[in-house]
Design a protein around this ligand. Structure first.
Ligand code: CTP
Ligand code: MG
Length: 180
């Protein structure tokens, strides 16, 4: 029972988990804010770039397309009914995850935190909240049916653990400048 809830939570969130990690790998190039400032801080900062953002969104959409191809066999293999992703969910999960991370940068700059500074709590959940909000706006019925209360609770517990783990690995491999 809990196993099927965890499997559903991981499956449904995978298109939202990958974008920001791919953005780290692809990052660089022109910053989204074009160097603009608001007050005496950058609007977003050099850590949010066009290339990272585009690659992140693409990674999320491609992940959802792949999972759609695999859902039949994965459902059979695990004995858990895993959802497919309609277009609104593909776009909502991918774009929402990236937008959540961008919104967090905006908040970090407004609260005087330099690029790369940590913001515990926000860093671990910004992309989940972004992904769920945009997906719920684009495809409310699908969101309600997949993200039941149990699935939501599992997502909120598992995501910070996965986030801390993957970022520690990315830092250890020298892919990321900070371990958060
Ligand atoms: N990145 C990017 N575009 C994004 C998100 C991330 O190019 N939309 C790349 C950048 O090279 C960034 C790195 O991934 O430096 C790490 O991402 P993140 O930790 O989110 O950014 P920070 O550099 O820590 O900046 P901030 O403080 O604004 O979060
Ligand atoms: Mg960071």
């Amino acid at each position: 029972m809990i196993g099927s809830v965890i499997a559903t939570a991981l499956w449904a969130m995978l298109p939202a988990y990958l974008p920001n990690n791919v953005a780290v790998l692809a990052g660089g190039s022109r910053p989204l804010d074009g160097g603009r400032t608001l007050g005496d801080q950058r609007l977003l900062g050099d850590g949010k770039t066009y290339r990272g953002t585009a690659a992140g969104v693409a990674a999320g959409v491609v992940t959802a397309l792949l999972l759609n191809q695999l859902s039949g066999s994965a459902t059979e293999l695990l004995g858990v009914s895993l959802p497919t992703f309609p277009p609104g969910a593909m776009i909502g999960l991918a774009c929402g995850a990236v937008l959540g991370d961008i919104a967090a940068s905006f908040l970090k700059r407004r609260t005087g935190r330099a690029r790369g500074a940590s913001f515990p709590g926000l860093d671990q959940l910004d992309f989940v909240v972004g992904a769920l909000l945009v997906t719920a706006a684009l495809t409310p019925e699908w969101t309600r049916s997949v993200f039941t209360l149990e699935v939501l609770v599992v997502v909120l517990v598992i995501t910070p653990i996965l986030h801390v783990g993957t970022n520690a690995i990315a830092y250890g491999l020298g892919l990321k400048e900070e371990p958060w």
